[in-house]
Structure formats: structure tokens, C-alpha cells
Design a protein around this ligand. Structure first.
Ligand code: ZN
Length: 355
């Protein structure tokens, strides 16, 4: 009896441990590592630590993107971004990450590593590139992205660069630029982000409430940044007044600043920052690969649980809205009377941000 019990327990615990410590082998033909080239092709991968998961989530949320990769710990040299069987991966070495944080004396060193690898995926880098000059510029792009993310998350410039500064002695390799160039790439990404945020703050004014939207007069309008060029006044949205309590709640909840990023059909990273003001005007800033490419004022409103966005021309876009907590809004594109730039049904995840 005792033996049987023991066997059952042994079998059970084997199953449990096999489940908990699931490990798989992935073959990496091409990758972009954090530092230096990878010599191996086959990597054993393991479930990522909660800490690694948390870092990645914070980065992804800060940028307002959907996570399009799988994070695993592995026996790689430091960290790398790659694809295997059509899946995007980020692999990292636990000991490397621990030592890197310790040596740099800041947790931001670990964020820098992860943001760098995420930057490879978000910049749509091809890991098959063999031209060394191109490889090096890809590394610098990933570092610029990391610098920008680190600013957003609250790291100082010194903290943002602390990790890369440790690599100073490594010098230039076949695939990676010298550390001083990488430190400058991080600094430039960090500074650019700071300037963008500062610029927004100094442009802030409080909007005057329009006559047609007195229904919101009991609310304090949020701050609004002015546009450099004079924008035409958008028409009042041609929608029913808010009738249901849930529509009113949704409108209140949507007032504020939201951002989302996605790749367009050309493979460019598009970031849309939207300010929804209590007087039912909205400012839309579109960045393509980090450069401001469009900035317009429009109108918005809520109708039967749908967000209506209306351009000055009268073209409208309709989205269903779901919230995940107070700071994430999931918008599904439903219809337009204009030309749809994305397919009906496209889902955008917006996260709240402070301009
Ligand atoms: Zn890299």
C-alpha cells in the first residue's frame, strides 16, 4: 500500500515538475544579441522569471503596443531577439541579467537589455542581415528605442546608460558598434523623448468650452496642447446627445490622453497620440518611426457604447470601446463613411499617458 502511494506521488510530482519547468529546445539560425555574436544555434529555453515578465510588461505598456513575442530564459550568452517557426522570441540569460544589474548598480540595466531586444522586434529588423554596417545600424536603432523607453519609465540619463557603460571595455565587434556609440544612441533616444514630453507640456493651454457642448460644463476640462499651425474648427459631431448613463460614464472615462502603436502595411511603426477633451474636440498626433507626420484637430462623441471620431471634412470613424482598468481602452474599428485605412475589425489597444 505504501509503495503504491509513493508511486502515485512520484508520478504526480513528475508530471507537475514537467509542467512547471517545461523546457524546450529552439534552433536559432539568425538573431540580434545584446552584445557580441552568438556562436550557438541551439538553445534550451525555460519559463521566464516573474521579474523578466514584469519588465517586459512595463515596457510594452509604456509604449502602448501589443506584445508580439515570447520571452524565455535560455542558455544564450546574454540576450537575443529572434524568430523560430514564425514565432518571435526574446531569450535572455538569467545569470547575465543578474550580474549586469549588480555591476551597473541599477535595475535599469535589465530594462535596457529587454528594451533593446524589444526594439529589434518593433523596428521590424530582419535577423538574417549579414552586412556588418547594416547590422551595426540595427543595433543602434535598438539602443535609441531603449533610451526612449527608459526615459518614459522614469530612468535618469545616467541610469539609462549605466548598462552600456559597462561594455566600454568590449569595444567594437563584427556585429556591434563600439560601446561609446551605443551609449550615445541610448542618450539620444532618452533626450528625444524628454524633449517631446517637455514640448507637449510647454504647449499646454486650457481650452475654451464651445457653446454647443455646455452639457459638460460641470467637468473641469483637461489641459490641451496647442497645434503650431492654425487648425480649422471641427464640426460638432453629428450624433445623438448622450442619453444613457453608461454612455456618459464612458465619455467621462475617455477624457484624457491616450497612445497606441502598431505597424502599418509598409512595416513602419506608427504611434498615435490622442487627446480627448471634455468639450468633445480631440487632438490627434501621428508619429511614423518616431517622427511627427500628422497633427490634426477633430471632434469626438459617444453613441450607444461606440466612440465616434469625426474629421473636419465630416468623415467619421466608429469604434466599439472596452476598458481594461482605467488606463487601457480597447477600440475595435467598426465602420466609416470615408476610406478605411485599416480593415474593419482592427483592434487598437490604447493606454493612458501624461503629456
Ligand atoms: Zn541587439
Amino acid at each position: 500500500m505504501k509503495t503504491t502511494n509513493f508511486l502515485i506521488i512520484a508520478v504526480l510530482s513528475f508530471c507537475l515538475s514537467a509542467n512547471t519547468f517545461a523546457q524546450e529546445l529552439i534552433t536559432v539560425k539568425h538573431s540580434c544579441s545584446f552584445d557580441g555574436a552568438e556562436l550557438n544555434e541551439d538553445f534550451y529555453t525555460f519559463e521566464a522569471s516573474s521579474e523578466a515578465d514584469k519588465i517586459v510588461s512595463e515596457i510594452v505598456n509604456a509604449v502602448g503596443i501589443q506584445k508580439n513575442f515570447i520571452i524565455k530564459s535560455s542558455d544564450c550568452k546574454n540576450a537575443l531577439a529572434t524568430t523560430d517557426n514564425g514565432e518571435r522570441y526574446i531569450l535572455y540569460n538569467t545569470s547575465f541579467l543578474e550580474n549586469f544589474k549588480k555591476d551597473a548598480r541599477t535595475k535599469w540595466a535589465a530594462y535596457c537589455v529587454m528594451a533593446h531586444e524589444i526594439g529589434h522586434h518593433l523596428n521590424g529588423h530582419s535577423f538574417k542581415v549579414t552586412d556588418n554596417r547594416k547590422r551595426k545600424s540595427m543595433e543602434l536603432e535598438a539602443d535609441i528605442f531603449a533610451g526612449s523607453v527608459l526615459y518614459t519609465l522614469g530612468a535618469s540619463l545616467e541610469e539609462a546608460k549605466a548598462g552600456i557603460d559597462l561594455l566600454q571595455s568590449n569595444g567594437e565587434s563584427e556585429t556591434h558598434p563600439p560601446a561609446r556609440a551605443r551609449a550615445e544612441a541610448i542618450a539620444s533616444g532618452w533626450k528625444k523623448k524628454e524633449e517631446t514630453q517637455r514640448g507637449r507640456q510647454s504647449d499646454i493651454i486650457v481650452p475654451e468650452e464651445s457653446e454647443s457642448h455646455r452639457r459638460t460644463e460641470d467637468r473641469t476640462p483637461p489641459k490641451k496642447h496647442t497645434e503650431e499651425k492654425v487648425q480649422p474648427t471641427p464640426p460638432a459631431p453629428d450624433i445623438e446627445p448622450l442619453t444613457t448613463v453608461s454612455d456618459q460614464l464612458m465619455a467621462n472615462n475617455l477624457v484624457g490622453f491616450w497612445t497606441t502603436s502598431f505597424f502599418n502595411v509598409e512595416g513602419n511603426l506608427v504611434t498615435t497620440n490622442v487627446g480627448l477633451y471634455a468639450n468633445y474636440t480631440m487632438g490627434v498626433d501621428v508619429y511614423t518611426n518616431g517622427n511627427l507626420t500628422n497633427s490634426v484637430m477633430e471632434a469626438w462623441g459617444i453613441q450607444n457604447g461606440h466612440l465616434i471620431e469625426m474629421e473636419v471634412s465630416g468623415v467619421y470613424y466608429k469604434y466599439s470601446v472596452e476598458f481594461s482598468g482605467n488606463d487601457t481602452a480597447i477600440l475595435t474599428f467598426k465602420e466609416t463613411n470615408g476610406i478605411a485605412l485599416v480593415p474593419i475589425g482592427t483592434v487598437f489597444t490604447y493606454v493612458r499617458f501624461q503629456p
